[in-house]
Design a protein around this ligand. Structure first.
Ligand code: NAI
Ligand SMILES: CCCCCC(=O)/C=C/[C@H]1C=CC(=O)[C@@H]1CCCCCCC(=O)O
Length: 216
């Protein structure tokens, strides 16, 4: 997908990965906008990134609301705006999960892990929907392991030694590597249903191979 002139919306773009994703999209010529103005200013939406998330095991209602309900709400709103059958231009929806959404390895974050499993399942399910080809939509899920942003300082302070052990085992991703993987998901038009895993040890890998929407 050429990104020149495309309109993107990234949730949680004030800092961390959301900010890096927005900057990478802008560099390629996309317009990164606030949701309220995408229709009035740019006539539509092409790229939706549900990125906002927190790590707070003490307030599970808030975390489920932001990490899972937020992704579902953002996806539903984007589908409405992007659906070709309803006058939209089609496009891609990228949901940001975590390796915690695939393999639970740390006992201290069961709720965070649950929300991210939800994001992976939700996104994969949409990618298999036979109607999305007509709607002109594709779906992908990005699952980074620990990455060098502020979220790392959150709830893991409750279990600093255990967290440190896991972090030492799996390492810490650079934001640049995660952004590179993210841009692959956005730019590859044939990529639907990808679940991309990014670790410091193994770099960018696909947990589930993408399938082209044309073959559905
Ligand atoms: N940094 C890491 O180790 C990893 C992060 N992730 C995921 O990546 C995503 C981005 O996180 P990071 O950039 O790392 O963390 P971060 O803490 O730097 O950024 C999170 C962003 O989400 C926004 N946000 C939080 N609650 C919000 C709300 N209610 N409404 C709107 N925005 C809200 C914040 O303002 C912030 O801009 C999250 O979904 C996180 O779970 C996934 C795997 C690893
Ligand atoms: C190997 C796990 C990588 C998890 C990457 C991630 O999303 C990290 C987020 C953490 C930042 C602060 C936290 O409290 C978050 C969760 C910490 C551990 C999650 C591990 C889940 C698991 O793999 O069991």
């Amino acid at each position: 997908m050429s990104l020149a002139g495309k309109v993107a919306f990234v949730t949680g773009a004030a800092q961390g990965l959301g900010k890096a994703f927005s900057e990478a999209l802008l560099k390629k010529g996309a317009k990164v906008e606030a949701f309220e103005t995408v229709i009035s200013c740019f006539g539509g939406l092409d790229i939706m990134v549900n990125n906002a998330g927190i790590a707070n095991e003490h307030n599970y209602a808030l975390m489920v609301n932001i990490n899972l309900t937020g992704v579902i709400t953002g996806t539903n709103m984007a589908i409405d705006l992007m659906n070709r059958e309803k006058g939209g231009r089609g496009g891609v929806i990228v949901n940001i999960a975590s390796t915690a959404g695939i393999t639970p390895e740390a006992y201290f974050a069961p709720i965070y892990t649950g929300t991210k499993h939800g994001v992976v399942g939700f996104t994969r399910c949409w990618s298999m929907n036979p109607y999305i080809a007509k709607m002109g939509l594709r779906f992908a899920c990005l699952c980074p392991a620990f990455t060098d942003t502020q979220i790392l300082c959150s709830t893991i302070t409750d279990y600093p030694e255990d967290a440190q052990k896991i972090i030492q085992q799996v390492g810490i991703n650079k934001v640049e590597t995660v952004t590179e993987g993210f841009m692959q998901l956005v730019e590859d038009n044939q990529c639907n249903g990808a679940v991309m895993v990014i670790t410091a040890q193994n770099g960018i890998q696909y947990h589930r191979k993408p399938h082209g929407i044309s073959r559905m």
